[in-house]
Design a binder for this molecule. Structure first.
Ligand SMILES: [Zn+2]
Length: 205
């Protein structure tokens, strides 16, 4: 590089350095912006907005969410605490591709892993939602059915690998990788956090 080119470059570099020094916001995200990106509240989030998987107006306590302690360390799924028999609604339109409802067994032993009644729904983008731990004969849709969000698809229970009655909700992308899901709630669109109650609404307010 000859000195002439260097000289023409030095000025803009100096100006840029000064700008960054005087406007630190340029070069650095605020704590809030970093947190928003981590939590997915970042405005460029174009991910699908799900409907909470229970009846409109119902308030449910979220026990576990992405990477929280207990059994979900490696998972991005959600555990909604539900009394047995609570109606479960589709969180998104799709086609039912798998169901199981013949089990009446559940607990925190490995032998119960395969005993969970469930529904799996395929979405138009190739992702799949899994609804787990339903009660015996608690599935009211059939494989091949088209369902629309908000439609009752089954009833919660305590079957499979589970410590208490709840709905385990999980979405995987087209490659099978678990993804985080955001929802319409009474407080706007958000990624739910454990320990909070969420009232189902059908769209943003
Ligand atoms: Zn769970």
């Amino acid at each position: 590089m000859n000195s002439k080119i260097l000289q023409t470059l030095i000025k803009p570099i100096l100006i840029a350095a000064l700008l960054i020094a005087f406007f630190p916001g340029y070069s650095q995200l605020t704590d809030r912006e970093v947190m928003d990106r981590k939590m997915g509240r970042y405005k460029k989030d174009t991910s699908y907005i799900y409907t909470l998987p229970y009846k409109e107006g119902k308030r449910i306590l979220l026990i576990q969410a992405a990477n929280s302690e207990m059994s979900h360390k490696e998972e991005l799924s959600l555990d909604f605490k539900m009394n047995k028999g609570t109606p479960i609604c589709a969180a998104r339109d799709g086609v039912v591709i798998e169901t199981k409802e013949d089990s009446d067994e559940g607990g925190v032993k490995e032998e119960y892993l395969a005993k969970g009644n469930h529904i799996i729904i395929l979405h138009s983008d190739g992702s799949k939602a899994k609804y787990w731990h339903l009660k015996k004969e608690g599935v009211v849709v059939n494989v091949g059915d088209t369902v629309t969000k908000g439609q009752v698809i089954g009833y919660s229970g305590n079957t499979g690998y589970t410590a208490f009655p709840h709905l385990h909700f999980q979405v995987v992308d087209v490659t099978g990788k678990q993804i985080m899901t955001r929802f319409y709630t009474r407080k706007g669109v958000l990624y739910p956090k454990p320990g909070n109650w969420y009232k189902a609404v059908r769209e943003s307010r």
